[in-house]
Design a protein around this ligand. Sequence first.
Ligand code: ADP
Ligand code: MG
Length: 422
Amino acid sequence: MYRISSQLSEKIKHFATFPQTGVSLRQMVMFGQNPTQGTLFKASQFLSEELPIRLAHRVKELEELPHNLSDMPSIIRVKNWYAQSFQDLVEFPSREMTPGLKEMAKSMNRQSEMQALPENSPNLAMPNGINTNGRKGVSLSHRYHSAMDGAEWPAEMHSYNERFTKMIEAVKRRHDPVVTTVAQGILEFKQAKRSHIVDTDVQAFLDRFYMSRIGIRMLIGQHIALNKGPSRKDYVGIICTKTNLADMAQEAIDNAKFICEDYYGLFRGPEVHLHCKKDLEFMYVPSHLSHMLFELLKNSLRAVVEQYGTECDEYPPIKLIVAQGKEDIAIKISDEGGGIPRSGVPLVWTYMYTTAPSQHLDPTFDKSDFKAPMAGFGYGLPISRLYARYFGGDLKLISMEGYGTDVYLHLNRISNSDEPLP
Ligand code: ADP
Ligand code: MG
Protein backbone atom coordinates (compact mmCIF):
# COMPACT_ATOMS: atom_id res chain seq x y z
CA MET A 1 0.00 0.00 0.00
CA TYR A 2 1.14 3.53 -0.73
CA ARG A 3 2.44 5.44 2.27
CA ILE A 4 2.97 9.17 2.59
CA SER A 5 6.53 9.79 3.80
CA SER A 6 7.08 12.58 6.31
CA GLN A 7 9.13 14.45 3.73
CA LEU A 8 6.28 14.30 1.24
CA SER A 9 3.82 15.29 3.91
CA GLU A 10 5.87 18.43 4.61
CA LYS A 11 5.95 19.26 0.93
CA ILE A 12 2.20 18.85 0.67
CA LYS A 13 1.70 21.17 3.65
CA HIS A 14 3.92 23.74 1.96
CA PHE A 15 2.01 23.61 -1.32
CA ALA A 16 -1.31 23.82 0.50
CA THR A 17 -0.34 27.29 1.70
CA PHE A 18 -0.43 28.66 -1.86
CA PRO A 19 -3.68 29.91 -3.35
CA GLN A 20 -5.18 28.02 -6.27
CA THR A 21 -5.42 29.83 -9.59
CA GLY A 22 -8.71 29.75 -11.45
CA VAL A 23 -8.98 29.56 -15.20
CA SER A 24 -12.06 30.69 -17.10
CA LEU A 25 -13.57 28.91 -20.08
CA ARG A 26 -12.63 31.87 -22.23
CA GLN A 27 -8.99 31.73 -21.11
CA MET A 28 -8.83 28.02 -21.84
CA VAL A 29 -10.11 28.62 -25.34
CA MET A 30 -7.78 31.55 -26.01
CA PHE A 31 -4.83 29.59 -24.80
CA GLY A 32 -5.61 26.40 -26.67
CA GLN A 33 -6.04 27.68 -30.20
CA ASN A 34 -3.38 26.19 -32.47
CA PRO A 35 -0.91 25.55 -29.68
CA THR A 36 2.76 25.14 -30.57
CA GLN A 37 5.06 22.73 -28.75
CA GLY A 38 6.28 25.81 -26.87
CA THR A 39 2.76 26.66 -25.74
CA LEU A 40 2.13 23.10 -24.65
CA PHE A 41 5.42 23.11 -22.75
CA LYS A 42 4.38 26.31 -21.03
CA ALA A 43 1.03 24.77 -20.18
CA SER A 44 2.77 21.72 -18.71
CA GLN A 45 4.72 24.06 -16.45
CA PHE A 46 1.55 25.78 -15.35
CA LEU A 47 0.03 22.38 -14.53
CA SER A 48 3.21 21.26 -12.76
CA GLU A 49 2.59 23.92 -10.20
CA GLU A 50 -1.17 24.41 -10.26
CA LEU A 51 -2.20 20.75 -10.00
CA PRO A 52 0.06 20.00 -6.99
CA ILE A 53 -1.36 23.07 -5.25
CA ARG A 54 -4.93 21.91 -5.87
CA LEU A 55 -4.13 18.35 -4.85
CA ALA A 56 -2.34 19.54 -1.71
CA HIS A 57 -5.41 21.51 -0.65
CA ARG A 58 -7.50 18.34 -0.95
CA VAL A 59 -5.03 16.17 0.97
CA LYS A 60 -5.07 18.70 3.77
CA GLU A 61 -8.84 18.77 3.79
CA LEU A 62 -9.12 14.97 3.71
CA GLU A 63 -6.84 14.89 6.76
CA GLU A 64 -8.89 17.40 8.70
CA LEU A 65 -12.46 16.18 8.17
CA PRO A 66 -14.91 16.50 11.05
CA HIS A 67 -16.16 13.61 13.22
CA ASN A 68 -13.34 11.14 12.47
CA LEU A 69 -14.42 10.89 8.88
CA SER A 70 -10.71 11.15 8.02
CA ASP A 71 -10.13 7.77 9.66
CA MET A 72 -12.47 5.81 7.40
CA PRO A 73 -10.49 3.32 5.28
CA SER A 74 -11.94 4.52 1.97
CA ILE A 75 -11.21 8.14 2.78
CA ILE A 76 -7.59 7.20 3.56
CA ARG A 77 -7.36 5.41 0.20
CA VAL A 78 -8.55 8.50 -1.60
CA LYS A 79 -6.14 10.70 0.34
CA ASN A 80 -3.28 8.41 -0.66
CA TRP A 81 -4.23 8.71 -4.33
CA TYR A 82 -4.12 12.49 -4.02
CA ALA A 83 -0.72 12.36 -2.31
CA GLN A 84 0.66 9.94 -4.88
CA SER A 85 -0.48 12.12 -7.75
CA PHE A 86 0.97 15.14 -5.99
CA GLN A 87 4.29 13.35 -5.82
CA ASP A 88 4.15 12.27 -9.48
CA LEU A 89 3.52 15.86 -10.51
CA VAL A 90 6.12 17.66 -8.40
CA GLU A 91 8.88 15.20 -9.14
CA PHE A 92 8.32 15.01 -12.85
CA PRO A 93 9.99 18.20 -14.12
CA SER A 94 13.18 17.93 -12.10
CA ARG A 95 13.52 14.25 -13.00
CA GLU A 96 12.51 14.39 -16.65
CA MET A 97 13.74 17.72 -17.93
CA THR A 98 17.12 17.86 -19.62
CA PRO A 99 19.42 20.65 -18.45
CA GLY A 100 18.75 22.41 -21.74
CA LEU A 101 15.01 22.32 -21.20
CA LYS A 102 15.39 23.60 -17.66
CA GLU A 103 17.29 26.59 -19.01
CA MET A 104 14.60 27.12 -21.58
CA ALA A 105 11.88 26.94 -18.96
CA LYS A 106 13.68 29.56 -16.93
CA SER A 107 14.11 31.96 -19.79
CA MET A 108 10.49 31.49 -20.88
CA ASN A 109 9.44 32.37 -17.37
CA ARG A 110 11.58 35.48 -17.39
CA GLN A 111 10.14 36.62 -20.69
CA SER A 112 6.56 36.09 -19.68
CA GLU A 113 7.23 37.81 -16.38
CA MET A 114 8.29 40.92 -18.20
CA GLN A 115 5.25 40.82 -20.38
CA ALA A 116 2.50 39.64 -18.15
CA LEU A 117 3.31 40.16 -14.53
CA PRO A 118 2.36 42.82 -12.07
CA GLU A 119 5.56 44.24 -10.64
CA ASN A 120 5.18 43.18 -7.06
CA SER A 121 4.02 39.62 -7.59
CA PRO A 122 5.27 37.38 -4.83
CA ASN A 123 8.13 35.05 -5.49
CA LEU A 124 7.05 31.49 -4.92
CA ALA A 125 10.07 29.35 -4.32
CA MET A 126 8.83 26.07 -5.68
CA PRO A 127 10.73 22.96 -4.71
CA ASN A 128 10.64 21.51 -8.22
CA GLY A 129 13.32 23.85 -9.42
CA ILE A 130 11.19 25.84 -11.83
CA ASN A 131 11.11 29.49 -11.16
CA THR A 132 7.44 30.18 -10.91
CA ASN A 133 7.61 33.79 -10.10
CA GLY A 134 4.12 35.25 -9.90
CA ARG A 135 1.35 32.98 -10.88
CA LYS A 136 -1.67 34.80 -12.16
CA GLY A 137 -1.61 35.10 -15.89
CA VAL A 138 1.92 33.80 -16.37
CA SER A 139 1.29 30.55 -18.06
CA LEU A 140 -1.76 31.76 -19.84
CA SER A 141 -0.12 34.83 -21.28
CA HIS A 142 -1.39 35.01 -24.81
CA ARG A 143 1.12 37.63 -25.83
CA TYR A 144 3.98 35.38 -24.92
CA HIS A 145 3.30 32.39 -27.03
CA SER A 146 2.08 34.33 -30.01
CA ALA A 147 5.41 36.16 -29.99
CA MET A 148 7.20 32.84 -30.14
CA ASP A 149 5.09 31.34 -32.92
CA GLY A 150 7.07 30.01 -35.81
CA ALA A 151 10.08 29.29 -33.65
CA GLU A 152 11.75 25.90 -33.90
CA TRP A 153 11.04 23.93 -30.80
CA PRO A 154 13.68 21.39 -29.82
CA ALA A 155 12.88 17.69 -30.13
CA GLU A 156 13.53 17.21 -26.43
CA MET A 157 10.65 19.57 -25.71
CA HIS A 158 8.34 17.55 -27.88
CA SER A 159 9.36 14.38 -26.11
CA TYR A 160 8.95 16.03 -22.70
CA ASN A 161 5.45 17.18 -23.63
CA GLU A 162 4.55 13.65 -24.65
CA ARG A 163 5.82 12.10 -21.48
CA PHE A 164 4.19 14.76 -19.31
CA THR A 165 0.86 14.09 -21.03
CA LYS A 166 1.19 10.34 -20.40
CA MET A 167 1.92 11.03 -16.74
CA ILE A 168 -1.14 13.22 -16.20
CA GLU A 169 -3.28 10.73 -18.11
CA ALA A 170 -2.22 8.14 -15.55
CA VAL A 171 -3.06 10.57 -12.75
CA LYS A 172 -6.54 11.11 -14.20
CA ARG A 173 -7.06 7.35 -14.47
CA ARG A 174 -5.94 6.81 -10.88
CA HIS A 175 -8.66 9.19 -9.76
CA ASP A 176 -11.48 7.63 -11.78
CA PRO A 177 -12.95 5.77 -8.79
CA VAL A 178 -12.77 8.75 -6.43
CA VAL A 179 -16.49 9.54 -6.36
CA THR A 180 -17.59 6.01 -5.56
CA THR A 181 -14.76 5.53 -3.07
CA VAL A 182 -15.61 8.71 -1.18
CA ALA A 183 -19.25 7.60 -1.19
CA GLN A 184 -18.05 4.30 0.26
CA GLY A 185 -16.19 6.27 2.93
CA ILE A 186 -19.37 8.10 3.85
CA LEU A 187 -21.17 4.75 4.18
CA GLU A 188 -18.40 3.45 6.46
CA PHE A 189 -18.80 6.59 8.49
CA LYS A 190 -22.58 6.19 8.77
CA GLN A 191 -22.15 2.59 9.88
CA ALA A 192 -19.55 3.53 12.46
CA LYS A 193 -21.81 6.27 13.77
CA ARG A 194 -24.96 4.16 13.40
CA SER A 195 -26.70 7.13 11.93
CA HIS A 196 -28.24 7.88 8.59
CA ILE A 197 -27.88 11.58 8.76
CA VAL A 198 -25.03 13.19 6.90
CA ASP A 199 -24.39 16.54 8.56
CA THR A 200 -24.35 19.78 6.68
CA ASP A 201 -20.60 20.14 7.22
CA VAL A 202 -20.02 16.80 5.51
CA GLN A 203 -22.32 17.89 2.67
CA ALA A 204 -20.35 21.11 2.35
CA PHE A 205 -17.13 19.14 2.24
CA LEU A 206 -18.47 16.91 -0.53
CA ASP A 207 -19.53 19.95 -2.55
CA ARG A 208 -16.07 21.48 -2.24
CA PHE A 209 -14.32 18.20 -2.88
CA TYR A 210 -16.28 17.24 -6.00
CA MET A 211 -16.15 20.78 -7.35
CA SER A 212 -12.39 20.71 -7.02
CA ARG A 213 -12.35 17.36 -8.79
CA ILE A 214 -14.31 18.77 -11.71
CA GLY A 215 -11.75 21.59 -12.02
CA ILE A 216 -8.74 19.30 -11.85
CA ARG A 217 -10.21 16.92 -14.43
CA MET A 218 -11.10 19.81 -16.67
CA LEU A 219 -7.50 21.09 -16.67
CA ILE A 220 -6.05 17.63 -17.21
CA GLY A 221 -8.62 16.68 -19.86
CA GLN A 222 -7.99 19.91 -21.71
CA HIS A 223 -4.22 19.44 -21.64
CA ILE A 224 -4.42 15.85 -22.85
CA ALA A 225 -6.76 16.80 -25.71
CA LEU A 226 -4.54 19.69 -26.81
CA ASN A 227 -1.48 17.44 -26.82
CA LYS A 228 -3.26 14.86 -28.96
CA GLY A 229 -2.95 17.25 -31.88
CA PRO A 230 -5.49 19.18 -33.96
CA SER A 231 -8.89 18.48 -32.58
CA ARG A 232 -12.23 18.12 -34.31
CA LYS A 233 -13.77 21.08 -36.06
CA ASP A 234 -15.02 23.74 -33.64
CA TYR A 235 -13.23 22.11 -30.74
CA VAL A 236 -10.46 23.56 -28.60
CA GLY A 237 -9.38 20.60 -26.51
CA ILE A 238 -12.57 19.33 -24.91
CA ILE A 239 -14.37 22.65 -25.29
CA CYS A 240 -16.71 23.03 -28.24
CA THR A 241 -16.97 26.63 -29.40
CA LYS A 242 -20.21 25.85 -31.23
CA THR A 243 -22.06 23.43 -29.03
CA ASN A 244 -25.43 22.84 -30.66
CA LEU A 245 -27.98 22.69 -27.91
CA ALA A 246 -30.81 21.08 -29.86
CA ASP A 247 -28.53 18.23 -30.96
CA MET A 248 -27.13 17.68 -27.47
CA ALA A 249 -30.61 17.78 -25.94
CA GLN A 250 -31.97 15.28 -28.45
CA GLU A 251 -29.11 12.92 -27.76
CA ALA A 252 -29.66 13.17 -23.99
CA ILE A 253 -33.40 12.54 -24.52
CA ASP A 254 -32.72 9.42 -26.60
CA ASN A 255 -30.23 8.06 -24.06
CA ALA A 256 -32.40 8.76 -21.03
CA LYS A 257 -35.48 7.27 -22.70
CA PHE A 258 -33.56 4.17 -23.65
CA ILE A 259 -32.36 3.63 -20.08
CA CYS A 260 -35.84 4.32 -18.72
CA GLU A 261 -37.63 1.91 -21.05
CA ASP A 262 -35.02 -0.73 -20.36
CA TYR A 263 -35.20 -0.28 -16.58
CA TYR A 264 -38.98 -0.38 -16.30
CA GLY A 265 -39.48 -2.83 -19.16
CA LEU A 266 -41.68 -0.39 -21.05
CA PHE A 267 -42.61 -0.65 -24.67
CA ARG A 268 -42.95 3.10 -24.84
CA GLY A 269 -41.90 5.44 -22.03
CA PRO A 270 -42.98 9.06 -21.61
CA GLU A 271 -42.35 11.37 -24.56
CA VAL A 272 -40.06 14.37 -24.22
CA HIS A 273 -41.04 17.42 -26.26
CA LEU A 274 -38.08 19.55 -27.17
CA HIS A 275 -38.53 23.28 -27.78
CA CYS A 276 -35.23 24.67 -28.96
CA LYS A 277 -34.00 26.72 -31.90
CA LYS A 278 -32.17 24.35 -34.23
CA ASP A 279 -29.25 26.72 -34.75
CA LEU A 280 -28.64 27.68 -31.12
CA GLU A 281 -24.89 27.33 -30.57
CA PHE A 282 -22.69 28.36 -27.69
CA MET A 283 -19.32 27.65 -26.17
CA TYR A 284 -19.37 24.85 -23.64
CA VAL A 285 -17.93 21.50 -22.67
CA PRO A 286 -20.30 19.01 -24.31
CA SER A 287 -19.53 16.22 -21.85
CA HIS A 288 -20.62 18.44 -18.94
CA LEU A 289 -23.80 19.46 -20.73
CA SER A 290 -24.81 15.94 -21.62
CA HIS A 291 -24.13 14.77 -18.08
CA MET A 292 -26.54 17.37 -16.66
CA LEU A 293 -29.29 16.90 -19.25
CA PHE A 294 -29.13 13.13 -18.95
CA GLU A 295 -29.40 13.18 -15.16
CA LEU A 296 -32.30 15.65 -15.15
CA LEU A 297 -34.21 13.78 -17.83
CA LYS A 298 -33.81 10.47 -16.04
CA ASN A 299 -35.26 12.03 -12.89
CA SER A 300 -38.28 13.37 -14.75
CA LEU A 301 -38.85 10.13 -16.63
CA ARG A 302 -38.70 8.15 -13.43
CA ALA A 303 -41.10 10.50 -11.63
CA VAL A 304 -43.64 10.29 -14.48
CA VAL A 305 -43.44 6.51 -14.80
CA GLU A 306 -43.77 6.01 -11.06
CA GLN A 307 -46.67 8.46 -10.87
CA TYR A 308 -48.67 6.80 -13.65
CA GLY A 309 -47.45 3.23 -13.27
CA THR A 310 -45.77 0.98 -15.79
CA GLU A 311 -49.08 -0.11 -17.32
CA CYS A 312 -50.02 3.37 -18.47
CA ASP A 313 -50.73 3.73 -22.21
CA GLU A 314 -50.05 7.40 -22.54
CA TYR A 315 -47.94 9.36 -20.13
CA PRO A 316 -48.11 13.14 -19.93
CA PRO A 317 -45.11 14.36 -21.92
CA ILE A 318 -42.06 15.99 -20.37
CA LYS A 319 -41.16 19.37 -21.82
CA LEU A 320 -37.62 20.55 -22.41
CA ILE A 321 -37.63 24.26 -23.21
CA VAL A 322 -34.53 26.24 -24.13
CA ALA A 323 -34.43 30.03 -23.92
CA GLN A 324 -31.60 32.02 -25.35
CA GLY A 325 -30.86 35.22 -23.46
CA LYS A 326 -28.04 37.72 -23.81
CA GLU A 327 -26.47 36.64 -20.55
CA ASP A 328 -27.35 33.04 -20.30
CA ILE A 329 -29.03 30.07 -21.83
CA ALA A 330 -31.81 28.77 -19.66
CA ILE A 331 -33.14 25.25 -19.95
CA LYS A 332 -36.36 24.22 -18.24
CA ILE A 333 -37.37 20.61 -17.87
CA SER A 334 -40.99 20.24 -16.76
CA ASP A 335 -42.65 17.02 -15.80
CA GLU A 336 -45.99 15.96 -14.40
CA GLY A 337 -44.46 13.32 -12.20
CA GLY A 338 -46.19 14.38 -9.01
CA GLY A 339 -43.50 16.68 -7.64
CA ILE A 340 -41.72 16.48 -4.31
CA PRO A 341 -43.17 17.41 -0.91
CA ARG A 342 -41.93 20.85 0.14
CA SER A 343 -40.13 19.45 3.15
CA GLY A 344 -38.25 17.06 0.87
CA VAL A 345 -36.92 19.66 -1.53
CA PRO A 346 -33.76 20.62 0.43
CA LEU A 347 -32.91 16.92 0.73
CA VAL A 348 -32.67 16.36 -3.01
CA TRP A 349 -29.48 18.44 -3.06
CA THR A 350 -27.77 16.24 -0.50
CA TYR A 351 -25.46 13.48 -1.60
CA MET A 352 -26.78 9.96 -1.36
CA TYR A 353 -30.36 11.09 -0.84
CA THR A 354 -32.55 8.98 -3.06
CA THR A 355 -36.08 7.64 -3.02
CA ALA A 356 -35.08 4.89 -5.44
CA PRO A 357 -33.95 1.44 -4.29
CA SER A 358 -30.30 1.94 -3.33
CA GLN A 359 -27.74 0.86 -5.87
CA HIS A 360 -24.74 -1.16 -4.94
CA LEU A 361 -21.56 0.89 -5.05
CA ASP A 362 -19.15 -0.48 -7.57
CA PRO A 363 -15.88 1.41 -7.94
CA THR A 364 -15.01 -0.35 -11.18
CA PHE A 365 -18.17 1.01 -12.66
CA ASP A 366 -17.09 4.62 -12.24
CA LYS A 367 -14.90 4.63 -15.29
CA SER A 368 -14.79 8.24 -16.32
CA ASP A 369 -17.27 10.39 -14.53
CA PHE A 370 -20.11 9.60 -12.29
CA LYS A 371 -22.94 8.10 -14.28
CA ALA A 372 -25.56 6.14 -12.47
CA PRO A 373 -27.96 3.95 -14.39
CA MET A 374 -31.60 4.92 -13.79
CA ALA A 375 -31.47 6.22 -10.24
CA GLY A 376 -30.42 5.18 -6.78
CA PHE A 377 -27.13 6.85 -5.98
CA GLY A 378 -28.55 10.20 -5.00
CA TYR A 379 -25.72 11.95 -6.83
CA GLY A 380 -27.59 13.11 -9.93
CA LEU A 381 -28.82 16.49 -8.76
CA PRO A 382 -25.95 17.63 -6.52
CA ILE A 383 -23.27 16.73 -9.08
CA SER A 384 -25.23 18.32 -11.94
CA ARG A 385 -25.49 21.53 -9.94
CA LEU A 386 -21.71 21.51 -9.45
CA TYR A 387 -21.18 21.14 -13.19
CA ALA A 388 -23.54 24.06 -13.80
CA ARG A 389 -21.81 26.23 -11.21
CA TYR A 390 -18.34 25.33 -12.39
CA PHE A 391 -18.71 27.64 -15.38
CA GLY A 392 -20.79 30.21 -13.54
CA GLY A 393 -24.26 28.74 -14.13
CA ASP A 394 -26.75 27.26 -11.71
CA LEU A 395 -29.41 24.61 -11.28
CA LYS A 396 -32.71 25.15 -9.48
CA LEU A 397 -35.68 22.95 -8.76
CA ILE A 398 -39.26 24.01 -8.16
CA SER A 399 -41.82 21.42 -7.20
CA MET A 400 -45.60 21.48 -7.10
CA GLU A 401 -46.50 18.56 -4.93
CA GLY A 402 -49.29 16.53 -6.44
CA TYR A 403 -48.56 17.81 -9.93
CA GLY A 404 -44.96 17.91 -11.08
CA THR A 405 -41.49 19.41 -11.02
CA ASP A 406 -39.67 22.10 -12.99
CA VAL A 407 -35.90 22.23 -13.02
CA TYR A 408 -34.11 25.28 -14.37
CA LEU A 409 -30.62 24.96 -15.68
CA HIS A 410 -28.85 28.27 -16.28
CA LEU A 411 -25.66 28.27 -18.32
CA ASN A 412 -23.47 31.31 -18.58
CA ARG A 413 -23.03 32.63 -22.10
CA ILE A 414 -20.29 35.09 -21.34
CA SER A 415 -18.05 32.33 -20.09
CA ASN A 416 -15.42 34.53 -18.51
CA SER A 417 -16.27 33.70 -14.93
CA ASP A 418 -13.34 32.18 -13.08
CA GLU A 419 -13.52 28.64 -11.81
CA PRO A 420 -14.92 28.42 -8.29
CA LEU A 421 -11.99 27.15 -6.24
CA PRO A 422 -12.95 25.57 -2.96
P1 ADP B 1 -31.31 9.59 -7.72
O1 ADP B 1 -31.96 9.88 -9.03
O2 ADP B 1 -30.19 8.63 -7.82
O3 ADP B 1 -32.30 9.23 -6.65
P2 ADP B 1 -30.91 12.43 -7.72
O4 ADP B 1 -29.94 13.32 -7.02
O5 ADP B 1 -30.97 12.52 -9.19
O6 ADP B 1 -30.62 10.95 -7.24
O7 ADP B 1 -32.36 12.74 -7.16
C1 ADP B 1 -32.61 12.65 -5.76
C2 ADP B 1 -34.07 12.47 -5.46
O8 ADP B 1 -34.78 13.66 -5.80
C3 ADP B 1 -34.76 11.39 -6.25
O9 ADP B 1 -34.57 10.11 -5.66
C4 ADP B 1 -36.20 11.83 -6.19
O10 ADP B 1 -36.78 11.46 -4.97
C5 ADP B 1 -36.09 13.35 -6.19
N1 ADP B 1 -36.35 13.91 -7.53
C6 ADP B 1 -35.42 14.38 -8.40
N2 ADP B 1 -35.98 14.84 -9.53
C7 ADP B 1 -37.30 14.66 -9.40
C8 ADP B 1 -38.43 14.94 -10.24
N3 ADP B 1 -38.31 15.49 -11.46
N4 ADP B 1 -39.67 14.63 -9.74
C9 ADP B 1 -39.81 14.07 -8.53
N5 ADP B 1 -38.78 13.78 -7.70
C10 ADP B 1 -37.54 14.07 -8.11
MG1 MG C 1 -31.26 10.94 -10.57
